[in-house]
Design a protein around this ligand. Structure first.
Ligand code: HEC
Length: 148
């Protein structure tokens, strides 16, 4: 009895695996080329922020303040280039100023080796990443549609 029902389960598992493999094999190559717009010139620059932000997080979580300092300083320097300005968002200046203020607090906390201040400043920095993206994404969506 037990043996038979086990075989039944085995069979349906095999079928599911077979069909999943089939679907993946047929679907993925098509999906990977569909719906991917070409890379915009600002994208590699933007992704670099993610690298520095995760460097900051690593520094905070391992209490390596030197790591916090170098990565936060790099983020600060990036925000001084005009790469964002190419995106013509009227809120840019305010969003960018907020971001810089939070990164400055992060730098100060790292210099003071103050873990809880650094953690709080990191959180605020992440919030300003999100705030800016919320505003830009709408703009970008409209821009993207107007060029099509
Ligand atoms: C002042 C505005 C602003 C701030 C602050 C900001 N970003 Fe962005 N970010 C943008 C804009 C605009 C884009 C989209 C640019 C594009 O796709 O051309 C973007 C895109 C990105 C992308 C996607 C890049 C891609 O491959 O499409 C990542 C990742 C990113 N930002 C990370 C961050 C992180 C992490 C922070 C905070 C540490 C941050 N950003 C703060 C404006 C901002």
């Amino acid at each position: 009895m037990i043996g038979i029902s086990n075989t039944g389960i085995d069979m349906s598992r095999k079928k599911i695996t077979f069909f999943s493999a089939l679907l993946l094999g047929l679907g993925l190559p098509a999906l990977s080329t569909l719906g991917q717009p070409p890379e915009r010139p600002t994208q590699p620059f933007m992704r670099q922020k993610l690298v520095f932000a995760s460097g900051v997080l690593e520094g905070i979580t391992l209490e390596k303040f030197g790591l916090v300092l170098t990565n936060a300083t790099a983020l600060r320097d990036m925000s001084q280039t005009n790469a964002f300005l190419r995106l013509r968002n009227p809120n840019y200046l305010e969003l960018s100023t907020n971001f810089q203020a939070n990164v400055d607090a992060l730098i100060a906390a790292a210099k003071a080796k103050d873990l809880s201040a650094a953690t709080a400043a990191y959180q605020k920095t992440a919030e300003s990443c999100v705030e800016c993206h919320k505003s830009f994404r709408r703009e970008q969506f409209i821009l993207d549609r107007s060029t099509k």
